[in-house]
Design a protein around this ligand. Structure first.
Ligand SMILES: Cc1cc2nc3c(=O)[nH]c(=O)nc-3n(C[C@H](O)[C@H](O)[C@H](O)COP(=O)(O)O)c2cc1C
Length: 145
């Protein structure tokens, strides 16, 4: 199993909580990983020989949270990662018009590089998924098995 890099984007802390729960599970399972903190994102390019997992909520009108947006733009403007393997978990709410718009933007970004999704994006819906950390951990387990 490749090392897993976890990146989160959050407004009110839910995606961060989910990410920290996933990281705890990886620690318990003995899987090598790094939780890239928000203040470490500037200039950080995901290594292509490691797996990247982005866990990101949506805000505004299908927008990215402010703190992860500069990193998204950096990748969009200057990265080319055709050999990257990645997985995406979106936290959204289907009562909003652009459901999980932020994680869809990541899907489009990575697809544009020709990078490979390890599994279809998990799009969580706050109207249905009352324990997103549980769903995220199940999704992560299915990657590991
Ligand atoms: C002001 C606001 C705007 C939101 N806009 C969207 C949106 O456009 N699309 C969506 O799917 N969810 C939207 N949501 C729902 C959040 O993404 C969802 O509640 C998520 O779990 C919040 O996670 P966070 O605390 O990590 O930011 C919005 C929530 C708020 C409070």
């Amino acid at each position: 199993m490749k090392k897993i890099n976890l990146v989160y984007g959050t407004v009110n802390g839910e995606a961060e909580f989910v990410t920290r729960e996933v990281a705890e599970q990886l620690s318990a399972d003995g899987v090598e990983h790094r939780l890239v903190e928000q203040d470490e994102l500037a200039g950080w390019v995901p290594p292509q020989d490691e797996l990247l997992v982005v866990i990101c909520s949506s805000t505004g009108y299908g927008d990215l949270p402010d703190e992860i947006y500069p990193w998204f733009l950096e990748l969009q403007e200057s990265a080319y990662l055709p050999d990257l393997e990645y997985g995406l978990i979106g936290l959204g709410d289907s009562s909003y018009e652009i459901f999980n718009g932020a994680i869809v933007q990541f899907e489009e970004l990575f697809a544009g590089f020709g990078a490979s999704a390890i599994k279809p994006t998990l799009k969580l819906d706050a109207s249905i998924n009352y324990a997103p950390e549980k769903d995220a951990k199940e999704w992560m387990s299915s990657i590991l098995s």
